[in-house]
Design a protein around this ligand. Structure first.
Ligand code: NA7
Length: 542
């Protein structure tokens, strides 16, 4: 990578995942000069890093894709109902090529700091290589689950075998043949990886602290008739998906789980279980609102686990009991629970026998020593704020983003932060982001930001900033909506609970993708209410 970074730009975009790439495409259409700075050596973001075996999207392919270009969505063909990581990475590369984005992407370039120069009303962005660029606007497309988290387990550096984190997986294939493998963690990543690793390795030992609920994906090769049904009606279906709570088009039963009889309730769960995927949570309208309703769904899944896993003690350990179903991100799997029936797979319940230390040769729990060739850390991410706070942001009057967010992220709409003019976040905390189909949310944010920048361009405005009042209202509203749900009752990464010392605040906006879009559009229609727009002071003074 020898391309040199221009000294001045209209916009710097950080991250070459789906968000950053679409942002670049839209900024070009406005005639703005923009570059993407990307720390990896390729595009794809999440799908670049998460190459662990079994990595797969839990939103159906026909919906987890861009809708902004009719020709693109008609021409691209997905091979499976739920796309696996290699295919998603191919799609990301296709986007980069199709829209000729690479010439404006600087790979292997990490942004270290960004400081707002109040006199110039511009951001000074500094990279890890010491390059400096002055940009009118900064768009953070840094992802919600991109700051991988290594667990604070004693002795982790002492292990002499191979160690991998799922979110930082090496590019070549990792060969598990004949190896003794430990997997630490049982979140979505582990649940996808374990069955694939178990099919190859000599033995797999899973170290579980907290079990999660998982629904079978029923993944299959793409059905041609199904694909055609989407493609012949794509525009209308996409429009409808954008109005849904999650930005995913599936039938949500409006009834309460408690207003139907037991047989009807079980039949509805059974039907959704057979159909597979996260649409299970649409079985009844109040599953995330009412604990008694939720209990019926949770018990249904626990009973499925008890039915699938032969060893009763293992089944019971795998059955989640400490959080309502769906309040931690629900997992979607391919033969996860059945994998525990294999003779080469064992579960260690860390609630009974916690890890004492990692040793040179393996893992020591309070009960015994285990020897391993490989340790897979499926221990998650510093979600939503992690990647943003790795960058040292200095806004107006020396305000530091890390200090502003000391008690949890505060933003206007998850798009901007008061005190940080011309700094935008794509799927930032305070927006539906991780509670939604990320591509739907990405397109909405990018379109909204492009709309605002176009508005400013037409009026010769140089500076936009969220007002403190609007931000305070949005933060309050976000908390109020969250408190009406069961979500805050779970010690989830949505709540920052997986990172010691991280403030316990429900970070994404749970009001729903459709409602959120209407709110953003109404704000724009009212001349960007809650944002202060100003002309270029620099030119005015000159
Ligand atoms: P998650 O969902 O955060 O899962 C991380 C797992 O790692 C979870 O089971 C944790 O248990 C476990 N963990 C973390 N630290 C430790 C230590 N120190 N000891 C034992 N176990 C530990 O991350 P994923 O990557 O699976 O999924 C993230 C999202 O990516 C997912 O929701 C999808 O949206 C895609 P804990 O629950 O903390 O007891």
């Amino acid at each position: 990578e020898t391309k040199s970074l221009p000294k001045t730009l209209d916009a710097v975009i950080v991250g070459a995942g789906f968000g950053g790439m679409y942002m670049l495409h839209r900024l070009r259409a406005l005639g703005l000069s923009a570059r993407i700075l990307e720390q990896a050596d390729g595009v794809g973001g999440t799908w670049y890093w998460n190459r662990y075996p079994g990595a797969r999207c839990d939103v159906e392919s026909m919906q987890y894709s861009f809708s902004f270009d009719e020709a693109l969505q008609q021409e691209w063909q997905w091979s499976e109902r739920f796309a696996a990581q290699p295919e998603l990475l191919r799609y990301a590369n296709h986007i980069a090529d199709r829209y000729d984005l690479r010439r404006d992407i600087h790979f292997e370039t990490r942004v270290a700091s960004a400081r707002f120069d109040e006199a110039a009303e511009r951001w000074t962005v500094t990279t890890d290589k010491g390059e400096v660029v002055s940009a009118r606007h900064c768009v953070m497309a840094t992802g919600c689950l991109s700051a991988a988290r290594l667990p604070d387990i004693k002795g982790i550096a002492a292990f002499k075998g191979e160690t991998y984190h799922t979110g930082y997986w090496p590019h070549g294939k990792v060969d598990f043949t004949g190896k003794r493998v430990a997997v630490i963690g049982t979140g979505s990543s582990a649940i996808q990886a374990i069955p694939v690793i178990a099919a190859e390795a000599a033995q797999v030992t899973v170290f579980q602290r907290t079990p999660n609920f998982s629904i079978p994906s029923r993944n299959a090769p793409m059905d041609e008739a199904y694909e055609q049904s989407w493609k012949s009606d794509y525009a209308a279906r996409r429009r409808e998906a954008r109005t849904m709570r999650t930005g995913i088009l599936y039938a949500i039963n409006p009834l309460s789980a408690l207003e139907v009889d037991e047989a009807t309730r079980q039949a509805e769960y059974e039907r959704r279980w057979e159909n597979g995927g996260t649409a299970f949570m649409g079985a009844f309208g109040d599953l995330i609102l009412n604990k008694a309703s939720n209990d019926t769904a949770a018990e249904f899944v626990r009973n499925k686990i008890r039915g699938m896993v032969k060893d009763p003690a293992t089944a019971e350990a795998l059955a989640p009991k400490d959080h309502p179903i769906g309040t931690k991100r629900i997992c979607v799997d391919t033969h996860y629970y059945e994998t525990y029936n294999r003779p080469n797979v064992a579960l260690v319940n860390l609630r009974e026998t916690p890890i004492d230390t990692i040793t040179a040769t393996g893992i020591r729990t309070s009960a015994r020593d285990f020897e391993f060739d490989v340790i897979v850390l499926a221990t998650g991410f510093d979600a939503m704020t992690g990647a943003l706070l790795k960058i040292d942001f200095e806004g107006r009057g020396g305000r530091r983003l890390s200090a502003e967010w000391e008690h949890g992220p505060r933003s206007q709409l998850g798009l901007m932060v008061a005190g940080f003019p011309n700094l935008f976040m794509i799927t930032g905390p305070g927006s539906p982001s991780v509670l939604s189909n990320m591509i739907v949310s990405i397109e909405q944010h990018v379109d909204w930001i492009a709309g605002l920048l176009g508005h400013m361009q037409a009026r010769g405005l140089a500076c936009v900033e969220a007002t403190e009042e609007a931000q305070a209202d949005w933060v309050r509203h976000g908390m109020e909506v969250a408190e009406k749900t069961l979500y805050p009752s779970a010690a989830s990464w949505y709540m920052g609970a997986n990172i010691p010392g991280k403030p316990r605040v429900f970070m994404p906006y749970i009001g729903g993708v459709g409602v959120y879009r209407e709110t953003c559009d109404a704000i724009a229609a009212r001349g960007y209410e809650g944002f202060r727009l100003a002309g270029p002071q620099v030119q005015a003074a000159a």
